[in-house]
Design a protein around this ligand. Structure first.
Ligand code: MG
Ligand code: MG
Length: 249
């Protein structure tokens, strides 16, 4: 069952999304060679709390930090640590914020200093894959239309599409129905309805799509060690399109 939100719920999600966006903007200023991912985590924690929010990920299934920091071949769920960022790295930062009981979920991949052309293409086209998926969202559209658009965009640039990790409904809980794969067929799956709130999040690689988990039981990496990118927005389905909740208000 996919929830449809009331206006008061949407207002809370908008606030959760705004704090999320502002946290990304703040962290983007600190992403430079030499900073540790633990420092980024501390900055995010203090900022989210100062805005009246709660980091969704802290303690989620036992996750030990406020944000996920995934570097290069790490796809998602990287744990902040004393590892320092290096010039030429890419880092995916995933942030969840709870405000008055409602969640927002948003991830972006950032370059650390100058990065090579292949990584630039990966970042640009993973972001474009997100917007290709979002462009299909409106009341009455099929969920499969969103998935198919993301996959089509990724294939056009020969990027690997990770299948084991998917987008999802988001609201009272961080992860709700439906699952939203980044591959699929048009005109399949449920029909989207005005008032649904969804996290759309392509995870693409410069190599093959295969992944595995590190011994820390959290960090997901590509098996072929190819770099991976992740772009995610929480959005509200409307009659004729969508509204990004994790953006600038
Ligand atoms: Mg996320
Ligand atoms: Mg998510």
């Amino acid at each position: 069952m996919v929830a449809v939100r009331s206006n008061s719920e949407i207002k809370k999600m908008q606030k959760a999304g705004s704090i999320n966006y502002q946290t990304h903007k703040l962290l983007s200023k600190y992403i430079k060679p030499g900073i540790t991912t633990k420092e980024l985590d501390n900055i995010a924690y203090e900022f989210i709390k100062s805005k009246g929010g709660i980091p969704s990920f802290l303690g989620y299934d036992g996750f030990p930090a406020s944000i996920c920091t995934s570097i290069n071949d790490e796809v998602v769920h990287g744990i902040p640590s004393l590892r320092k960022l290096k010039k030429g790295d890419i880092i995916s930062i995933d942030i969840g914020v709870i405000y008055q009981g409602y969640h927002s979920d948003s991830a972006w991949t950032y370059p650390v200093g100058e990065i090579d052309e292949k990584k630039k293409l990966l970042l640009e086209e993973t972001k474009n894959a997100l917007f290709a998926g979002l462009s299909k969202i409106k009341n009455g559209a099929y969920l499969g239309d969103v998935s198919a658009a993301i996959e089509k965009h990724a294939k056009k640039y020969n990027l690997g599409v990770i299948r084991e990790l998917v987008g999802h409904g988001v609201g009272k809980n961080l992860h709700e129905d439906p699952d939203i794969p980044n591959y699929g067929k048009e005109h399949t799956g449920i029909k989207l309805r005005t008032g649904m709130t969804l996290a759309i999040e392509p995870m693409l690689t410069l190599g093959k799509r295969n992944i595995w988990m590190l011994d820390d039981d959290w960090t997901i990496v590509t098996q072929d060690e190819s770099p991976s990118a992740h772009f995610e927005h929480t959005v509200l389905v409307t009659d004729d399109g969508y509204i990004i909740l994790t953006g600038e208000i």
